[in-house]
Every structure is written in structure tokens, then in C-alpha cells.
Design a protein around this ligand. Structure first.
Ligand SMILES: Nc1nc2c(c(=O)[nH]1)N=C([C@H](O)[C@@H](O)CO)CN2
Length: 119
């Protein structure tokens, strides 16, 4: 399966369950693996056939920073839903990492896989 990848997309936003977190911005780092047949783009060298990782990155940043969110699980689901609904991606893996959330850990996070058509 061909994929388009985004690694360590930094999104600074209001994220967290505690009151002190609702008053600050913290960084999240997103990894996305998006199923995409790259043959048409490669065969024609035509951008219109490509899944634009820049457009996806900008859209996800806008979406996730729209309003405060408590859980990184919510971020992962929102990102997965967005790339499937808006960019017609049939399968996606999303990893959301929150550095500094646990003092003794470099980062903590969640990872999900979703397929279009599954609920
Ligand atoms: N599974 C999760 N556990 C926790 C989350 C979360 O989003 N998902 N969030 C917090 C707090 O916001 C924490 O990051 C503050 O350091 C705790 N556990």
C-alpha cells in the first residue's frame, strides 16, 4: 500500500484536562500515515494527483487549534476523520504525542488506525 507521510507536525494549542492547562498553550506532535496511490502522481508528475502533505498539515493545524480540547484521544480522532472526509483518504494511522506531560517520560501519546466506512 502506498502512503503519504507526515512526521512530527508540531501543533501549539490549548490541550489538557487540568485547569492550569486551559490557560496555556502546549505542543503536540502528530505523525500521519495516509494511504494514497502515488502511481498517478508519479506517472504524470502532476501535483493535482498528489495528496498534498502541506495542505493536510495546514488544515489539521487549523482544525486542532480551533478550540480548547481536553484529551489527545480527541485530537487523534479529529485528525483521522478530517483526512478521510475532506481528503478522501481510505485508511489512516494517526499518532499524537504530548511531550512533557509526564515528568519522567520523554513523551506520552496515543495511536489509532481508521478505515473509511468503519464507524
Ligand atoms: N489517555 C490520556 N490520559 C491523560 C490525558 C489524555 O489526553 N489522554 N491528559 C492528561 C493531562 O492533560 C496531562 O497531559 C497533564 O500533564 C492526563 N492523562
Amino acid at each position: 500500500m502506498d502512503k503519504v507521510l507526515i512526521r512530527a507536525l508540531r501543533i501549539d494549542t490549548v490541550i489538557g484536562v487540568y485547569d492550569w492547562e486551559k490557560a496555556i498553550q502546549q505542543s503536540l506532535f502528530l505523525d500521519l500515515d495516509m494511504a494514497w496511490d502515488i502511481k498517478p502522481a508519479a506517472a504524470t508528475d502532476d501535483y493535482s494527483h498528489a495528496l498534498c502533505y502541506e495542505t493536510v498539515s495546514n488544515r489539521l493545524t487549523a482544525l486542532i487549534t480551533e478550540k480548547p480540547i481536553e484529551l489527545i484521544e480527541t485530537v487523534a480522532e479529529m485528525a483521522a476523520r478530517c483526512v478521510m472526509d475532506e481528503f478522501k483518504v481510505s485508511w489512516v494511522r494517526v499518532k499524537v504525542m504530548k511531550p512533557g506531560a509526564v515528568k519522567a517520560a520523554e513523551a506520552v501519546g496515543v495511536e489509532i488506525e481508521r478505515r473509511a466506512g468503519d464507524c
